[in-house]
Write a protein of this length. Structure first.
Length: 235
């Protein structure tokens, strides 16, 4: 996906970028590929794939929700900033927190933010269940992109969502996984509000966006320690 196709496809989903945003994304792409030569941030090695599989894919969240109407967002397992850093560039109204257990990726994001002069953004190196100890139910939007299966992901993310707000998971196409997570989501205080199915342009790979509304406060026993979550996922 070259930049021209990128901008056209974004307009098809209701996003029109200004020249400043396009320049920031271009610098982001260049710095990512340069940094990736000495630190493993992504398996993607060329610019067209960054624009398709990282930038455009991150921004498909607008199919589910209008981020202009929210104030803060937490991206769990952000990696090299997808979707959180991309969303911050396109929706500067958001105060964004980027969380990842890999400190090399957090260091990259800090350098990137300095380079792009992005402010009103926080970084946290650690696990979501640790972060939750001091930040429980503080975020209007919590998002995660293909980090883990929905049972595990829901226990890590939903405790951080404010009541009446949203956890939005950006997933590959796997309806069975989503269906099997419904009981776990209910235990955590959430309800699946909608599932959006679509195909990524050009390569036509399937995607699901799962929108979960936090209708009740999450019981304090969740999230459990990560070892317990993995060993015995909620069912």
């Amino acid at each position: 996906m070259n930049k021209e196709t990128f901008t056209k496809e974004l307009e098809n989903i209701g996003i029109k970028l200004n020249s400043t945003q396009l320049n920031l994304l271009e610098e982001y792409c260049n710095f990512l590929l340069e940094y990736n030569q000495h630190t493993n941030l992504t398996a993607i090695k060329n610019k067209d794939q960054v624009y398709l599989k990282h930038f455009f894919d991150s921004l498909t969240i607008v199919k589910a929700i209008d981020l202009n109407n929210f104030h803060n967002l937490l991206d769990i397992g952000t990696g090299a900033g997808f979707p959180g850093m991309v969303l911050k560039i396109v929706f500067p109204n958001l105060k964004v927190t980027l969380l990842d257990s890999n400190n090399k990726k957090i260091n990259f994001l800090k350098e990137l933010a300095d380079r792009l002069k992005i402010t009103d953004i926080d970084f946290y190196h650690g696990r979501a269940e640790e972060f939750c100890q001091k930040n429980r139910e503080q975020f209007e939007i919590v998002t995660a992109r293909a980090v883990s299966n929905m049972n595990v992901l829901s226990e890590l993310c939903l405790p951080l969502v404010k009541k009446d707000y949203y956890f939005i998971a950006l997933k590959g196409s796997n309806v069975d996984e989503i269906t099997q997570s419904q009981t776990a989501i209910t235990k955590l205080g959430g309800t699946i509000e909608k599932i959006i199915d679509f195909y990524l342009p050009i390569e036509e790979s399937g995607r699901n966006i799962v929108v979960i509304k936090k209708e009740k406060n999450t019981p304090n026993i969740y999230p459990r320690r990560y070892e317990k979550i993995i060993k015995n996922p909620l069912k």
